[in-house]
Design a protein around this ligand. Structure first.
Ligand SMILES: [Fe+2]
Ligand SMILES: [Fe+2]
Length: 198
């Protein structure tokens, strides 16, 4: 029989740990990743999850943990889907979270990256990958910070780079997600095009 567990307690502990590493000085992604990426991916995952009747618990924990490895250690960034799945397993085991549920979360984290060709089999895996890409579009201001602040791009070269990035993100989003953010996507492209066409 499956051991009983207190989901709210586990969620809170995971949230606290992910937030903690986001605000460490060693986080190469910058502390805005917490508010403008992680929480945004959680939000999109849950909205899509409700719509598609997916497992919300799996989605919520997977979304919180999906970029944990890259935030924790810059050496993990390149393979953060692999390290992230491993670290999530270790963390959830310590919290006595059921193994079968942990495995579902690990599969979502392992398959979340659009740039890595991993087959996404379950609806939860598809939703997390979509939510990750959606956050790039809906958190456009933070993407501007990445482009012009962190990368130091000039206006036109940055607009071209960002447009290509957002177009790649859009392609990764499932139809139900596209429907949710269609207006935002078209609006940000209009701003970027107006800079590119000048
Ligand atoms: Fe990622
Ligand atoms: Fe992400």
């Amino acid at each position: 029989m499956e051991k009983r567990y207190d989901y709210q307690k586990i969620k809170k502990a995971v949230e606290t740990e992910v937030r903690r590493v986001c605000f460490l000085d060693t986080n190469q992604c910058g502390s805005s990743v917490w508010k403008f990426h992680i929480l945004s991916v959680v939000k999109h995952s849950l909205v899509l999850g409700k719509k598609l009747e997916a497992d919300l618990e799996t989605l919520e924990l997977a979304a919180l943990l999906h970029d944990y490895a890259s935030v924790l250690d810059k050496n993990f960034i390149k393979n953060h889907h692999i390290h992230g799945a491993r670290l999530a397993g270790e963390m959830l085991e310590k919290m006595s979270y059921p193994v079968n549920k942990t495995e579902k979360i690990q599969a979502c984290i392992y398959a979340h990256r659009g740039s890595v060709s991993v087959e996404r089999k379950t609806i939860e895996e598809k939703i997390l990958a979509s939510a990750d890409a959606m956050a790039h579009i809906t958190e456009f201001v933070d993407m501007m910070f990445l482009t012009f602040g962190i990368r130091g791009e000039k206006t036109v070269s940055g607009a071209i780079w960002l447009k290509e990035k957002l177009e790649r993100s859009w392609k990764k989003v499932i139809p139900e997600g596209r429907e949710m953010i269609y207006d935002e996507y078209k609006t940000v492209l209009r701003f970027l095009d107006s800079a590119i066409m000048k």
